[in-house]
Design a protein around this ligand. Sequence first.
Ligand code: HPA
Length: 286
Amino acid sequence: MSMLPGDRTLPIPPVDQPARLAALVAAVWARTPLVPKVGLVLGSGLGSLADGLEDVTSIPFDDLPGWPAATAPGHVGRLLLGRLAGVTVVALQGRFHLYEGNDPGLVVQPILLFKQLGAEIVVLTNAAGGVNPAYRPGTLMVIADHINLTGKSPLLGQNADELGEHFTDLTDVWSPSLRERLHAAGAVEAVKLDEGIYVGLLGPNYETPAEVRMLRGLGADAVGMSTVLEAIAARWVGLEVCGVSLVTNAGAGYDGVPLVHEDVLAAGAEAGPRLAKVLRRFIAGL
Ligand code: HPA
């Protein structure tokens, strides 16, 4: 098994994760002794939360064994360890997406690394399109459940029984108690939070209007191209999971305007700091 350089397409079945994680943990411990309680994945527009970290150790993705550099626009691509509101956290600024051609085993490796570093809770954030017609750009949606339409699972192939069960239960992926805490943090900060179902697709193209109507029929409220494999992997290794989608645009076809990636990111810029306030308050209370 080659550790270097990071080949994003190399299949990484579960059974190969322990050796890769050992190399990753060693690389992190060579740089910082911090033991995180919480792991955060910061999607597009959440940079301001990373700016609030204290005593930061910052590691570019491609300085870590087997990790390629981030390619997606709007994603910086580094692992951060530090303190947020007095709580030790590890944060992924950017992430690995399937649509970059990344193997599912690589997409979820940061989550598995969080667990190996000592985290107990993971907070997943993303930018998403509104499938619920009531969701305007800027809506913040606590994820109540997800629908995985990527056609992929990070658990495909021979299992690593020391990490988790092959037939992982997904009944309560999105922790009811953490969702309650998110809503409580939103109330304290006077930031409105909706709650709904996130559907994850492969991308990188946005959906057709017919697909958006289909997704609504399936029960989805927001659509994006990330998060679902990370949530599955987190449950596999026994992390508690919660997350928030930042709705950057109405789903394709709802308002007749073509979707342009740069516009989508810009629309998210306003809501990012609002979500950052909520997450900071949430983390302070853990
Ligand atoms: N569809 C899928 N992913 C997205 C969207 C969308 O409309 N907006 C932001 N990420």
